[in-house]
Design a binder for this molecule. Structure first.
Ligand code: CTP
Ligand SMILES: C[C@](O)(CO)[C@H](O)COP(=O)(O)O
Length: 232
């Protein structure tokens, strides 16, 4: 009998949030009565198709212990690394000791608390039989300009096939771990998991999701996230 694959979440939450210019890492900032991280974790703790969670936090994180984290799912907490890609690889390596290599892993930024259940289901349903995996994304809707060294427009970029990559990014666990390990070994500090799979010669699928799945990066993003969560 074919084993039903698990769907595991890896949540990179080991950043310092420098662009946020806050008094703490942005994943620990207050949002809609909780913290950013608690909202993001709850998405996966509550979702019936998610098997468990690997949370990646800074080795000198001084904030996680104060959170009210409750789940009946497996939750493993591991140390992050210098860059997001290193943190993700640490999470994947930890998951490899618990899950089947053929299981699916969904890597989702702690800084994206507005992911909807509908988008998560759309990703799971679209990719569950896909030979490669893929990512939530949304088409670019603004005209894109390339900046010259003088700060003036040097070109207008055709936006016809341009998409904004979001997370979760969903791939088979062993395949992603190997691709990310290889990309880093070859000096590619990839900014997302799809880049590592592309570097390995794969073509991940783009799964259209809501533009509300924002990454909290700059101060104004927090009030936008508050608005989106209030209208879930
Ligand atoms: N070494 C790192 C860097 C980032 N992240 C995580 O990756 C996600 C997306 O990264 P980003 O938005 O760049 O977060 P920061 O690196 O914290 O932000 P900044 O670049 O402004 O410092 C965040 O949830 C962040 O916590 C991580 O786990 N480990
Ligand atoms: C993974 C990601 O959120 C996809 O858009 C993005 O690449 C993260 O970039 P960051 O510079 O680490 O925020």
């Amino acid at each position: 009998m074919t084993k039903t694959p698990g769907f595991w979440a890896v949540i990179p939450a080991a950043g310092v949030g420098s662009r946020m210019r806050a008094d703490r890492p942005k994943q620990y900032l207050p949002l809609a009565g909780r913290t950013v991280l608690e909202h993001t974790l709850d998405i996966f703790f509550r979702h019936p198709r998610i098997s468990g969670v690997v949370l990646v936090i800074s080795a000198d994180d001084g904030w996680f212990g104060d959170l009210d984290i409750r789940t009946d799912k497996p939750l493993w907490v591991v140390d992050g690394g210098a860059e997001r890609c290193h943190s993700v690889l640490n999470g994947l390596k930890a998951l490899m000791t618990h899950a089947d290599p053929r299981d699916w892993v969904l890597v989702h930024d702690a800084a994206r608390p507005c992911l909807s259940d509908g988008d998560l289901d759309q990703l799971l349903d679209t990719l569950r039989d896909d030979p490669v995996g893929g990512i939530l994304a949304t088409p670019v809707r603004d005209t894109k300009k390339r900046a010259g060294p003088d700060g003036r427009i040097s070109a207008t970029v055709d936006r016809g096939a341009m998409w904004r990559a979001f997370t979760p990014q969903m791939f088979r666990l062993a395949a992603l771990e190997a691709a990310l390990e290889r990309a880093l070994a070859e000096g590619f500090l990839v900014t997302d998991e799809a880049s590592a799979m592309e570097h390995a010669g794969q073509a991940p699928l783009l799964v259209e999701g809501s533009a509300r799945n924002i990454k909290i990066t700059q101060p104004e993003d927090l009030s936008l996230a508050e608005f989106y969560l209030s209208r879930r």
